[in-house]
Design a protein around this ligand. Sequence first.
Ligand code: HEM
Length: 292
Amino acid sequence: MGHFPTVDEYIRFKWQIGTSKSSLEVVAWTMKQIRHHMDHHDSNNVRDFLSRFIQAREKYPEVVDEGRLADYTITNVIAGSDTTAIALREIIYQISTHPVTYNRLMAEIKSVLQKRTPDQLDKHITWTEGRDMVYLQACIKESLRYHPAICQILPRLVPEGGVELCDQFLPAGTVVGCNAFTIHRDRGVFGEDAEIWRPERWLDPDVERVRRMDNLHFAFGGGTRGCIGRNIAMLEVTKFVPEFFRTFDLHLVDPRQYRDHPVWIAPQSGLDAKLSMRDSTSGVGQFSRDRE
Ligand code: HEM
């Protein structure tokens, strides 16, 4: 393999992310992963993103040069880390501060585990189990609706020929965009209580209404430039959340400390909590301290 850019070269020539210490650390870590993958992995047998980028580098060297390989990988790391962390923080905060939801979710986890054979009890919650937990999925969707990780307008260019939008003609090349926070507060779609966190809205028997909400769920953007990591993110969240609540009993130090800090992403602070392990001798954890 030819000369692979150093972190400094990469930042100078390829990537305008500034020189903040945290950005540099992410870039340095990612470059290390690329090197490690190139040196130690047989990319033909591994089907992760990085191995595929390396395969593309080998197959199309005139298109995917070293800088582009670094771009692809760093974009994925940056696009996939804070976003998923923000989503998880919101889900955990909302579930922990809504006792009725918490008890209903714990009952759902318990019922999933009760379907297992004794020798499977201490295995982690699987993707299939989590995907089929309708209440868990409603909590995830509602959290992504209520607090999308990306709060900037997602820009798009009006294509050739222009477009008629809300009785207004927009010529080709006009930059238009939508913001998930705004769309997700639309009462005409999400209901009069769009301002509150209520997972039950996703379990409405009116399937047409739910389909309409689904279609306008914009946390992962949409169209050809929609989030390419959406399925991975859903996999992570779906497996992590029930396993987390099954394993730990969580006490927030002070729920009133929780704050949003929207910039272009919308991180939160104040989710300080005490965690204690549940007694897992029964394999389903002890759900003795149900909340009122
Ligand atoms: C809950 C977690 C996540 C959320 C909420 C999220 C959200 C988004 C959003 C809103 C966009 C812009 C889409 C648009 O303009 O229509 C985006 C783009 C992107 N996301 Fe995610 N994302 C998440 C996780 C991930 C993960 C885990 C990865 C990678 C493994 C990833 C990789 C990307 C990439 C590469 C883009 C740029 C796509 C392009 O411009 O073509 N994301 N994401």
